[in-house]
Design a protein around this ligand. Structure first.
Ligand code: NDP
Ligand code: OXD
Length: 323
């Protein structure tokens, strides 16, 4: 499938970290007559109308002629926008019920693990110690979600249904039933001051880089029902200052953490985070999604775009905002 000219309407899959052939086959299932090829570093420049990408090498998209739309095969686009040679065509990010559902599972799971003190019980179990710890009810614990977008809002709704107090923080003002909404720099202080479990689902942008740092941890609620705040980051590794997290865990500024994303990935084998009893590490799987579900969406969007134009692509990225 690699290499041959595709011409107008063709799709090029550029995802060298993944099984490109498998993604191309899954896309082709929906439109067997459309040329769908896979990227090769040594292939000459060619014409494709669409690119379906994850972590494309710098310059790979600029080498395509006739490109009309870039479909990102995940939700976060930071890896794409870092490419200064990116052609000026619309970028559509992945908004998919399968992906959203899996992220909701991850957030609910991690919130409950810390809320029900499972890391502490694990330590007690290792010492064969039978000891009950204080267990506050969900309605006495506040979860604060940084990033109240597609993923943040879905997770927030699920946590509301479990009885937690839920607040969110976004760039623009919002009003969502059952969720206390804060926005912008002026809303951050009140948001943090009421938060026992902080969930980060922000995109990686110049504004959010390093936002999860010692100064922010100090502004969380420290006299809440859990006895200290907890950090859950499934946004991006560049949002967190790892040294500050380790220090905050050691000096009690944070009571626990669940981290799914790191900078760089994988997390170095020597990192003290691996051994910390109050830390849960997962390898960027929070929203590990079904590729077929994502391919179905991409092909449906191509058909809709060809029928109705750009208005048929609502999940376009704003390169000026970086997400
Ligand atoms: P959205 O674009 O739907 O939501 C992003 C949210 O972040 C919005 O609420 C936005 O505010 C807010 N935001 C952005 N910049 C700022 C800022 N400077 N200050 C305050 N709020 C800000 O994205 P998704 O919910 O779909 O995804 C969020 C991120 O999750 C992705 O960018 C990706 O990094 C990460 N992700 C991680 C995965 C994993 O497996 N670990 C899987 C999928 C995604 P506003 O609403 O005002 O625009
Ligand atoms: C991501 C994704 O953006 O997996 O991390 O979609």
């Amino acid at each position: 499938m690699a290499g041959a000219p595709a011409g107008s309407g063709g799709v090029l899959v550029i995802a060298p970290d993944w099984d490109q052939q498998d993604w191309a086959a899954k896309l082709a299932r929906h439109d067997p007559h459309r040329p769908i090829h896979t990227w090769r570093a040594d292939a000459p420049p060619a014409e494709y109308s669409y690119a379906a990408v994850w972590n494309p090498p710098t310059g790979a998209l600029a080498a395509i002629s006739g490109l009309r739309v870039i479909f990102n095969l995940g939700a976060g686009v930071d890896h794409l926008l870092d490419d200064a040679t990116l052609p000026p065509v619309p970028i559509v990010r992945c908004v998919n019920a399968n992906l959203t559902g899996r992220m909701t599972e991850y957030v609910v799971c991690q919130v409950l693990l810390h809320h029900r003190r499972i890391p502490a019980y694990r330590t007690l179990q290792e010492a064969r110690t039978w000891k009950a710890l204080p267990q506050p009810a969900a309605n006495t614990v506040n979860v604060g979600i940084m990033g109240l977008g597609v993923l943040g809002e879905a997770a927030a709704q699920a946590l509301v249904s479990l009885g937690f107090g839920v607040a969110g923080w976004s760039r623009s003002e919002k009003s969502i039933a059952g969720i206390t909404c804060h926005a912008g720099a002026s809303g951050l202080e009140a948001f943090l001051a009421g938060t026992d479990i902080l969930v980060c689902l922000l995109p990686a942008t110049p504004q959010t880089a390093g936002i999860l740092n010692a100064d922010l941890f100090a502004r969380l609620r420290h006299d809440g029902a859990l006895g200290g705040p907890v950090l859950i980051n499934a946004g991006r590794g560049t949002l967190q200052v790892e040294d500050d997290i380790i220090k905050a865990l050691d000096d009690g500024m944070l009571a626990g953490a669940s981290l799914d994303v790191f900078d760089p990935e994988p997390l170095a084998t020597g990192s003290p985070l691996w051994d910390h009893p109050q830390v849960i590490i997962t390898p960027h799987i929070a929203a590990d999604s079904d590729p077929q579900a994502i391919c179905t969406d991409v092909m449906a969007q191509i058909a809709a775009f060809e029928a109705a134009g750009i208005a048929a692509l609502p999940n376009r990225v704003d390169p000026g905002q970086g997400y």
